[in-house]
Design a protein around this ligand. Structure first.
Ligand SMILES: Nc1ncnc2c1ncn2[C@@H]1O[C@H](COP(=O)(O)OP(=O)(O)OP(=O)(O)O)[C@@H](O)[C@H]1O
Ligand SMILES: O=P(O)(O)OC[C@H]1O[C@H](OP(=O)(O)OP(=O)(O)O)[C@H](O)[C@@H]1O
Length: 332
């Protein structure tokens, strides 16, 4: 059977084919047990354990395919969705819906100018040359500055500011100022290393971005919609697992109130009695970023045998429940 015909009766799920988000997406699919084999050079892969096909596309094109309902699900950067929406505003039936923040691919789309140059505010770039891969967002950003009266540079006394020129380049945007093609650029910044090495500084942020799971407003096949929720749920489980670790420790029952304040858990810590009179074993989820501090505090309260285990996957209650507050322990 040819590949295109075998796409009938399958949801289509778009995944970045290269670039910064590609590997993290493959890891997420693996963690979610979405099994597929991709033949080399083919941008479509059938999933073995779901009525699903993966389509490998440039991150920038994914909002278009999902927004038009050609593809049901996708992963791309929030910046790419914003860039698409800036030129094709969503309607009731077109455009994408964000299902989940995937919390990787964190970066900022920023206005940058030469570090040692005279420009310090984005308003000073009005009427000048800007180079970017995000022409729609940059055009809207500078059109807003041109329209506003918040200090934009004008053409003579009180005259309307001249139009800012926005030029597209597909990569190495940071070279544009040094090459004399631009007075400023609009480009992504993560660590800031590229900007620093290119002798640039950020003077404003246009969009903050992370990778997101998006879905079409019009699923291609209503009887497959249940799989959208199922896949989103699986991916949510992996993302949650990446944010938490499982912490277990032993502590005297009389000290449990203090320990519960330190480790309230997502719902509540699970406690079980130890053979040793007056002692309990506790098992609780702790945000990964807090674990060092939590271990120090538990030890200071008298906890012993504190162990931390990485989570591979999870299905848990919503974030808000129990976290940070004292709640009664579950029976465990
Ligand atoms: N330095 C970065 N740090 C984190 N995320 C980034 C970074 N650069 C890009 N991204 C995210 O990854 C998305 C894809 O960017 P990337 O440049 O990897 O795409 P690409 O498809 O390889 O495009 P191109 O061929 O134009 O470079 C961006 O839209 C952004 O959301
Ligand atoms: O702040 P940093 O961590 O240095 O990351 C920022 C750089 O990453 C992206 O480019 P990428 O490396 O994807 O290559 P490109 O220039 O070809 O788009 C972006 O366009 C910046 O150049």
């Amino acid at each position: 059977m040819d590949l295109v015909n075998s796409l009938n009766d399958r949801l289509l799920f778009a995944v970045p084919k290269k670039g910064r988000l590609h590997q993290a997406c493959l890891d997420l699919l693996q963690g979610s047990d979405i099994q597929f084999h991709r033949h080399s050079r083919l941008d479509i892969a059938l999933v073995k354990n779901f009525p699903l096909a993966l389509v490998f596309l440039p991150a920038a094109d994914i909002p278009t395919f999902v927004g038009e309902g050609r593809v049901d699900l996708g992963i791309t950067g929030r910046d790419q969705v914003a860039e698409h929406d800036a030129v094709t505003p969503p309607t009731e039936t077109t455009g994408v819906e964000e299902i989940l923040d995937l919390e990787f691919g964190r970066c900022k789309l920023q206005v940058q100018v030469p570090d040692k140059g005279p420009i310090t505010r984005p308003e000073e770039l009005v009427g000048k040359n800007i180079v970017t891969s995000f022409v729609n967002l940059a055009s809207r950003y500078f059109a807003d500055l041109e329209a506003g009266d918040d200090g934009a540079v004008t053409n003579g006394a009180g005259a309307k500011p001249s139009k800012t020129t926005i030029k597209y380049v597909g990569g190495s945007v940071e070279a544009a100022c040094a090459l004399g093609v631009a007075d400023g650029i609009v480009d992504l910044v993560e660590s800031g290393e590229t900007m620093r090495v290119a002798g640039l500084k950020a003077i404003s942020t246009v969009v903050e971005s992370t990778a997101i799971l998006i879905k079409s407003k019009h699923p291609s096949d209503p009887k497959l919609v249940k799989y959208i929720d199922l896949i989103a749920n699986r991916i949510r489980g992996v993302i949650t697992a990446q944010k938490y670790v499982l912490c277990t420790y032993n502590i005297e029952r009389t000290k449990m109130d203090a320990a519960r304040d330190i480790t309230p858990g997502k719902r509540a810590p699970t406690m079980s009695s130890l053979e040793e009179e007056g002692w309990v074993a506790v098992s609780v989820m702790v945000p990964k970023r807090d674990i060092g501090n939590v271990m120090d505090r538990l030890e200071a309260e008298g906890a012993e045998d504190i162990l931390v285990t990485k989570l591979e996957n999870s299905r848990t209650s919503p974030e808000t429940r129990g976290s940070g507050s004292r709640t009664p322990p579950s029976r465990g």
